[in-house]
Design a protein around this ligand. Structure first.
Ligand code: ZN
Length: 216
């Protein structure tokens, strides 16, 4: 009797993990007739929560591993994660832009979603006051000054990344806006894995391992 109980549990477990459709029928047909009569037709098998799954919903202190493609308003791809190299981040700590972090809350492994992010929840509105023209001699020691060149400027608020926007004669226009400031962004995201952060990760404030922090 004990043995029979164990068997039927193992059977239920196997069936619960099967995908819908033909594979379920094939397995059912291999079972003895007595058991088969207890197995509903494949069409009647509905997905149930899998108690052995490690799937969890994204919340504060989750480590989220995901793939993404980022497009601008016109659908031009701006950047993307590389195949086999998803990104990992610690959720709820402002490590990714607010508009994306907000939409990922409550999602789980396997979810795919498209998220449109307005500038205010992305890299900020474009700020004209961060654009400045300086004489070329202010950039002495830097050779080959051309549009798109990224530099670090010392400002009253500390170091700031700037981009050379224009070079006209002896004047160089520097833009202190983030390159994606003022842009509406579209992210296509596929969540690969969600797990709780380890104590060490929470202490350090970043993810360890693949896709995370590699510097130590
Ligand atoms: Zn660390």
């Amino acid at each position: 009797m004990t043995i029979a109980g164990v068997r039927s549990l193992a059977c239920a477990r196997a069936l619960r993990l099967l995908p819908l459709g033909e594979p379920a029928r094939r397995v059912a047909s291999r079972l003895n007739p007595a058991v088969e009569s207890l197995v509903p037709p494949a069409a009647a098998i509905i997905p149930v929560p899998n108690p052995w799954s490690t799937s969890m919903a994204i919340g504060t202190d989750s480590v989220v591993v995901f793939h993404y493609t980022l497009k601008d308003e016109d659908g031009t791809v701006l950047e993307h994660s590389d195949p086999g190299e998803p990104l990992a981040y610690l959720h709820g700590h402002g490590h990714i832009i607010p508009g994306l972090e907000k939409e990922l809350s409550g999602r789980s492994s396997g979810d795919a979603l498209t998220v449109t992010v307005q500038p205010a929840e992305g890299y900020g509105e474009y700020d004209d006051s961060l654009v400045q023209r300086v004489p070329r001699r202010a950039l002495r020691g830097i050779s080959d000054i051309h549009p798109g060149l990224r530099l670090q400027a010392q400002t009253e608020q500390g170091p700031r990344a700037v981009t050379v926007a224009q070079v006209v004669g002896d004047m160089v226009t520097l833009d202190g806006n983030h390159p994606l400031a003022g842009k509406q962004l579209q992210f296509e995201v596929r969540i690969e894995n969600v797990r709780p952060a380890t104590e060490a990760e929470l202490e350090h404030g970043h993810v360890h391992g693949p896709g995370g922090h590699h510097a130590h």
